[in-house]
Design a protein around this ligand. Structure first.
Ligand code: NAD
Length: 472
């Protein structure tokens, strides 16, 4: 059992104002592996005041010194790699082979990337009789989800700290243990007191207190649509800047001249990453009706090769979903898919063989899914692929854009110009063309119901800066 009974405020580990705690479970077994404090609005208030006091000094610290603190964080992370990866695996259930990069490598890279890019953003621009300078926005509240517990925090605080902002981190209470390791590393990295603060707790208590606090200038939120809307509503009372990274139901458009074998493998791999619990997962495979049978056959073959199991065991490629509630929700949506008449090709509302403990869902593939069916519209956050046949390119684009979301997308065609023509019409901040590689510095974020604001690289840094023009 890992018992965390403090919060990190003003450079010190202190008791929370509450004595309550929240249990953290291992989703592969259902067992409680630790607890974190159920922080309160009073903790947020202490943290916000500390962050406000620290802000002028941190904002005035030379940008190169700030960048060096971030490099110290990257070094600190590397020194504790095994401990961090082990802990994330036990609280999220990501298979070890996927966790090395997705739960750790890109976290380190995010701190280094912010350190490397920040200096150029402070270059003064001349515009007629004006000089345009950039300055940090102020005190930032960072509210994170559980699916990539450290990466989602890093995406917010690395650029915010580099820009000269001070931060209050609210990790997800569902996977709240690993963020404590990150806070220890931040504590060791030499930030002045109050620059970094961490308050654990629930969304309605700690998250809303952050959104409401008058000393907090900006909230960067990643999570569900429901909570994101609430954050924006609460933040409006103090006219804060808000960035929302919400859900997705991302399409992969396969055109009739595409290399199906490669495309379908890529799509299934994206859909099942982290047991489907990835906001950018390509969960809708939109394919030419004339090639549906081939797509189905490849998708089933690839999906059936997934091995559900202990996330820590060699060979496991499909871990559990995060909780019993989430498992029931995913199984309920699979049921809805069957009742709405979609063709179930693999999996279903069942438990994978030998996985009676923990929160497992089988790799599931549906075909002939109607574009307006629930399983084509709702973010499932489980290993469920929906194959949707269409008759032509225009219909493919209409179906791809036909959800309330707009986050990620992919297009496949033997003709790159044709793929680009389709990409230009898609509501998404990233479009992977013919299996393009993940670029951790390229801007990412929502359109439509997936939110607003950008994370990663230079564009992620710009979110935490504002302009001031000096007129001469
Ligand atoms: P969630 O909305 O339940 O929780 C996210 C965070 O918000 C947690 O820290 C939670 O405590 C907090 N929260 C909950 N209610 C709140 C409230 N009323 N006020 C303030 N804060 C509140 O989401 P989750 O289950 O942790 O994560 C899954 C969701 O996150 C999915 O919808 C997924 O698509 C989304 N997500 C989006 C991105 C992206 O970049 N777009 C990335 C990862 C996850």
């Amino acid at each position: 059992m890992i018992v965390r009974d403090t919060v990190y405020i003003d450079g010190r580990w202190v008791a929370s104002e509450s004595t309550g705690s929240i249990e953290v479970l291992n989703p592969a077994t259902g067992e409680v592996i630790g607890t974190v404090p159920a922080g309160t609005a009073a903790d947020v208030d202490r943290a916000a005041r500390a962050a406000r006091r620290a802000f002028p000094g941190w904002a005035a610290t030379p940008v190169g010194d700030r960048a060096n603190r971030l490099r110290a964080v990257a070094t600190g992370l590397r020194e504790r790699e095994k401990e961090i990866v082990d802990l994330v695996i036990s609280e999220v259930g990501t298979p070890r082979a996927q966790a090395a990069i997705m739960q750790f490598g890109i976290v380190v890279q995010t701190f280094e990337d912010a350190a490397d890019r920040v200096e150029e953003l402070f270059e003064v621009e001349e515009l007629g009789n004006s000089l345009i300078r950039r300055e940090p926005i102020g005190v930032v509240g960072a509210i994170a989800p559980w699916n990539y517990p450290l990466y989602q925090i890093a995406l917010k605080i690395a650029p915010a700290l580099a820009a000269g902002c001070t931060v209050i981190v609210k990790p997800s209470e569902v996977a709240g243990l690993a963020p404590y390791l990150l806070a220890e590393i931040l504590d060791q990295a030499g930030f002045p007191p109050g620059v970094v603060n961490l308050v654990s707790g629930t969304g309605p208590e700690v998250g809303e207190a952050i959104a409401a606090h008058p000393e907090i200038d900006m909230v960067s939120f990643t999570g569900s649509d429901r909570a994101g809307r609430r954050v924006a509503e609460v933040a409006a009372a103090t006219v804060k800047k808000v960035a929302l990274e919400l859900g997705g139901k991302s399409p992969m458009v396969v055109l009739d001249d595409a290399d199906l074998e490669t495309a379908v493998l890529y799509g299934v791999t994206s859909c099942y990453a982290n047991a489907g619990q990835m906001c950018a997962a390509l969960t809708r495979m939109i394919v030419p009706r004339s090639r549906l049978a081939e797509v189905e056959q490849i998708a089933v073959r690839v999906a059936a090769s997934y091995v559900p199991g202990d996330p820590d065991a060699a060979g496991t490629t499909l871990g559990p979903v995060i909780s019993q509630v989430q498992r029931e929700r995913v199984l309920g949506l699979i049921d809805a898919g069957i009742h709405e008449g979609a063709k179930l090709l693999l999996g279903g509302p069942s438990t994978p063989t030998g996985r009676d403990r923990g929160f497992y869902v089988p790799a599931t593939v549906f075909s002939e899914v109607k574009p307006h069916a629930l399983i084509a519209q709702e973010e499932i956050f489980g290993p469920v692929l929906a194959i949707i046949p269409v008759d032509d390119e225009d219909e493919a684009v209409a179906v791809a854009n036909g959800t309330r979301y707009g986050l990620n997308a992919a297009v496949w065609s033997a003709d790159v110009a044709r793929a680009e023509r389709v990409a230009a019409q898609l509501n998404a901040s990233t479009v992977y063309i013919n299996g393009g590689k993940f670029n951790p510095s390229a801007p990412f974020g929502g359109t439509k119901g997936s939110g607003y604001g950008r994370e990663r690289g230079r564009f992620g840094l710009e979110e935490y800066l504002r302009t001031k023009s000096y007129q001469y």
